[in-house]
Design a protein around this ligand. Structure first.
Ligand SMILES: CC(C)(COP(=O)(O)OP(=O)(O)OC[C@H]1O[C@@H](n2cnc3c(N)ncnc32)[C@H](O)[C@@H]1OP(=O)(O)O)[C@@H](O)C(=O)NCCC(=O)NCCS
Length: 150
């Protein structure tokens, strides 16, 4: 089956609705929606992984000088555990490094073991605890990767 990694710079109606729907299923209240996704596509980076014609994963980033911040990463539930998340992140990082960025940062919930393992496997290291990043008791861990080491 053909896997394709691609940067979506603009979203047609079909991809916009598909991404919005998958975001909602995966992240619920924390989902990106039709008002965020086109902004990220145009002014940040929106990467997608297609399997045949189906979107099976998304990685979205905003930028800040030489740093990019990962806003979201997901693989559809039925395709997890097969290396697609690692592939999507490695391809995204290669693209961002080529574009001149020097660091990538992200936050993750401390109990999200599969995401933390993935991030550590591809070279991210925990740099800070953010005890109330999303409000009281809504802590996150801040991770960073140095693209100059890739
Ligand atoms: C996090 C996520 C993107 C990982 O995608 P994936 O395609 O399953 O990841 P991979 O198959 O590439 O696995 C990468 C590593 O994660 C770890 N991992 C994957 N699934 C795991 C699981 N169920 N339990 C524990 N570790 C797991 C493994 O260490 C794996 O590396 P290895 O196979 O070399 O040991 C996916 O689980 C997901 O979409 N989760 C819901 C959304 C989310 O939490 N996103 C991150 C927000 S910060």
């Amino acid at each position: 089956m053909a896997l394709k990694f691609t940067r979506l710079k603009e979203l047609d109606q079909k991809n916009l609705l598909k991404l919005e729907n998958l975001e909602k299923i995966i992240f619920k209240k924390a989902a990106l929606n039709r008002y965020h996704l086109p902004v990220i596509a145009r002014y940040g980076y929106l990467f997608a992984l297609f399997l045949e014609d189906n979107i099976v994963g998304e990685a979205s980033f905003i930028r800040q000088e030489k740093n990019v911040f990962l806003v979201g990463l997901w693989i559809v539930a039925e395709r997890r555990g097969k290396g697609l998340g690692s592939l999507l992140m490695s391809e995204s990082i290669a693209y961002l490094k080529k574009s001149g960025f020097e660091t990538v940062e992200l936050t993750v919930e401390k109990d999200n073991t599969s995401a933390i393992k993935l991030y550590e496997k591809i070279g991210f290291r925990k740099t800070e605890d953010l005890p109330s990043f999303y409000g009281p008791s809504q802590s996150r861990l801040l991770f960073r990767a140095n693209l100059l080491e890739y």
